[in-house]
Design a binder for this molecule. Sequence first.
Ligand code: NAI
Ligand SMILES: O=C(O)C(=O)[C@H](O)COP(=O)(O)O
Length: 390
Amino acid sequence: MASLRIVADENIPLLEAFCGDLGPLTRVNGRNLDRDQLKEADVLLVRSVTRIDQALLAETPVRFVGTATIGTDHVDIPWLEAQDIAFASAPGCNASSVVQYVLSVLSLFLQRSERRTLDGLTVGIIGAGNVGGRLVRVLSGLGVTVRVSDPPLESIGADFPFAPIDDVLACDVISLHAPLLRDGPHPTWHLLDRQRLARLRGGQLLINSGRGAVVDSLALLERLQQTDPPLVVLDVWENEPTPVPELLDRCWLATPHIAGYSLEGKSRGTEMIARALRQWAGLSMTPAMEGLLPPPPVSGLQFTAQCAPLDALHRALMTCYDPRDDDARLRKLFTSAVSTGQSSGPSFDRLRKEYPVRREPTSLSVSVADTGGNTEAARLLSRAGFTVST
Ligand SMILES: NC(=O)C1=CN([C@@H]2O[C@H](COP(=O)(O)OP(=O)(O)OC[C@H]3O[C@@H](n4cnc5c(N)ncnc54)[C@H](O)[C@@H]3O)[C@@H](O)[C@H]2O)C=CC1
Ligand SMILES: O=C(O)C(=O)[C@H](O)COP(=O)(O)O
């Protein structure tokens, strides 16, 4: 096989291990990538911050494009197909990381609203694919009542608790997991528009860890400036990396598009596009992701028989991932950038580039002995994805 010249985003981990034998690998800043940097590239590997279209790729030698992400709204796939440029993404790679993010937010919300039980809690999920579908299963397993809006899945008779979108938006918690679609039969651009946002009430929680533009952010800001506003948690923003500062100020929790940033989620994304690239080049896959990751830290979590099961779950979730840490880091850097008249973009991107190692719940092992024989706590932990051993 002839050597392949690979240009890749500097934030794609483990690429050297998966593709180092294919040819020279040049790392670039994906946010600022331009056509001149691709004059001698056969392969381009990106993340969500690089717009892939004719403007970037025309008259370059690039024959394979891979994005180590679930979302593909940054890629003009029809144009790639028309040019016969091979394309691969990483469906589902970080789905469990996003579910972990939502569960941690939900657990903080339960504490904040002093709910001692999941009985009677309703969660509305918009988009029930790899992320939303997994979330439906986890929440249903925990005994939460779930309502789902996903017209494409409903039209093919998938097995979910479907409901009209207005009923989904009336739930205690609403979590958005639809892709950003600007056209087609079920577009999602500004799916939550001024009218729909007007119906949200105080006491409700809206979480967006899908794509920023699924919500009309200016209309959301207006709603948050009115009486009886809902609580809002945003991981994704319109116009990243420069969200509207006033909107960030009014969010309960604000994070810099890191819901999918578990070590496993990011590494799996690399593994999936590396596999596709090697297959395209006629080569087999050698290393497996698991062998390349460090062992997870030992949890040291212990519960007593008297520990309320929801408290046990909360502690385990926060041990694994506490979104308040990301919120604090974002507010600190953002506030300092805005107060000195600088663009917040570099701060937003720096937090993502220098993201601390975060492991998924499956890596946190709790034995039943550690749960103090508390079988209900063990059941909840296991349903939430933790490894519970007997
Ligand atoms: N914040 C983050 O770090 C991450 C964000 N994402 C975002 O989450 C999105 C969803 O991820 P997956 O579940 O893996 O994608 P997926 O493609 O597996 O599922 C998307 C689901 O949305 C449904 N859908 C399409 N149009 C809809 C509409 N108008 N209303 C309701 N549902 C609709 C589809 O039928 C499908 O079931 C990605 O497209 C990406 O934009 C994904 C990973 C990480
Ligand atoms: O997988 C997706 O889709 C995502 O949104 C990514 O987790 C976002 O990460 P970056 O591609 O922006 O690094």
